[in-house]
Design a protein around this ligand. Sequence first.
Ligand SMILES: Cc1cc2nc3c(=O)[nH]c(=O)nc-3n(C[C@H](O)[C@H](O)[C@H](O)COP(=O)(O)OP(=O)(O)OC[C@H]3O[C@@H](n4cnc5c(N)ncnc54)[C@H](O)[C@@H]3O)c2cc1C
Length: 345
Amino acid sequence: MSDLIFEENVPLAPLTTLKVGGPARYFTEPRDVDELRAAFERSRADDLKVFVLGGGSNVVVSDEGFDGLVIRPNFLGIAFEPGGDTTNVSAGAGENWDEFVETCVNKGLAGVEALSGIPGLVGGTPIQNVGAYGQDVSGTIVAVDCYDRETGSVETFSNAACGFKYRESIFNTTHRDRYVVLKVTFRLVNDGRPTIAYRDLVQHFAGREPDLTELRAAVLAIRRSKSMVLNANDPNSRSAGSFFKNPIVDRAIYETIAAKFGQVPMFPIDDTFVKIPAAWLIENAGFEKGARLGGAGISSRHPLAIINADGASAGEIIALKDAIQEEVGKKFSIFLTPEPVFVGF
Ligand SMILES: Cc1cc2nc3c(=O)[nH]c(=O)nc-3n(C[C@H](O)[C@H](O)[C@H](O)COP(=O)(O)OP(=O)(O)OC[C@H]3O[C@@H](n4cnc5c(N)ncnc54)[C@H](O)[C@@H]3O)c2cc1C
């Protein structure tokens, strides 16, 4: 018999970085597969919907909260398995992501250093193939161990089986809500050189090749200047990170927009598609940095971050999201897809 604790009526806002939303009817933190199984058995016995929460850095919880069971997997432990020029590093889903990155950097293991400062837990990173400053977790993940909610068995997915794309995997598309991530294994390079792919970083080091520790420090400094590192004293960081994905459009559509609006920034994806920065579209649709709508606002340092500026409700966050989508749609005929997951709506 499991001694798993089920708490009742647990406020979810403090468990998220946006700090909005109501309570979970039930909440539990399983520490191993048996406890996770017990949590799902309880949900079936009591006919409860389930939401799996990680660090709450990519979610918007409704003001009504979640009328079901919120499960936050608390699987811990980091293991290193050296082999030749690389080391396989496995981390439990409940490990803090940035502490994991710091541990790897301190051991001279390269491959996740540019992902320093991203909030959340290890288990959340494969879901939307977390990425920043030239690295995506899909570049180093070799295996994702999951609990299958349908069969109750544990399965290991290879990198290819995860179907990683830009902010996408099978876990947030074709197999959404089917698997609970238990453990993620990364293959990192021993005594590796850091990745310096991003313009801000190239400029920062001006031709000099930094070591992993210097690169991590630079990423953290750049992220702090954009309020993209959590800081309890900085309301600009009370966000869910980038609120919209950068839209990927056909070159023909891009050309039409550029012909009408002049210099429109873009990043080529391939011969057919380009990525347009959502931040540019938002600002050019009339939403300035620092703009407010009730308690919700746009970060004064980053137009892509919708923030809880001052006691916002989830409803106010959604109203601002809707207004941005509508204006960008009207002006550029592009639908901005939100990045965060909406819970209890
Ligand atoms: C200030 C700030 C900066 C950010 N910067 C970046 C960035 O640079 N790049 C980037 O890609 N993202 C960024 N994000 C978004 C966010 O940090 C990442 O997406 C993060 O990986 C989410 O992890 P989490 O543990 O907080 O997941 P949560 O927000 O708790 O959950 C997100 C989704 O993952 C699912 N999930 C979480 N854990 C599990 C699990 N163990 N098993 C199954 N499903 C699970 C949830 O059900 C939900 O659907 C930022 C967010 C903030 C607030």
